[in-house]
Write a protein that binds this ligand. Sequence first.
Ligand code: PEP
Length: 262
Amino acid sequence: MNRKPIFAANWKMNKGPSQTEDFVKSFLSKLQGQDFPCEIVIAPPFVSLAKLADLLHSATAGQNAHAIQIAAQNCSEHDSGAYTGEVSVLMLREFFTHYVILGHSERRSIYGETDAVINAKMKKALETNLKPIFCIGETLAEREGGKLESVLRTQVTEGLKDLTEKDLAETVIAYEPVWAIGTGVTATSQQAQDAHAFVRSLVAELYGADTASRIRIQYGGSVKPNNAAELMACPDIDGALIGGAALEPQSFLEIIRNGTGE
Ligand code: PEP
């Protein structure tokens, strides 16, 4: 199965509109003339979505720039109403947002998002054609306690509960071992490949072999220019979700270049 790799920058709570402008101008000038065989996605904070949308729109209108998709880092499971501080999927669609990161380990551990809440957000996103980047992953204690597979099974089963095959065709999974996020410790390519193959087998159990062979599973956790090629060479790894190393245009670009072998 030929799956198009997807490289997504998760900026977390970094880069307001002016820093977004600096990044995008520099990144686009470095990208110029290069057409990588992958999707490129940037997930800025909510307040920078409008700036990002404007900059990308004028870039693609003016020249044949590599298309860059916009992602949000979160969304509400509700449509509207008395939810102070929340942002709805319809609001996100106004900024040409294509993807939304859901179930990130920081949302799970810091903001207490449960599998049920994440599942409700997945459904809400898919209702409005916002494609979820659905994050899963185990803590170090869970891995060392032999619970890797049971943790991933619960997250996948509960997070994807009641979704259809059609929904899965719009979904990207990001396997992100919690112990590798922002720590500088990367899973070995064997650890990552084994976890990805297991996640794909779970999707096959739930949705059949065809859906499993089509779904893209990104790796996330301290991906850098110097480890991207080895990770991306694994048969079940279809791109990366990148935090720290995607804050600099040059290193994000080098991850894409090394990861796609271009
Ligand atoms: C992330 O935030 O999803 C992530 C993988 O971060 P980092 O690349 O910094 O480990």
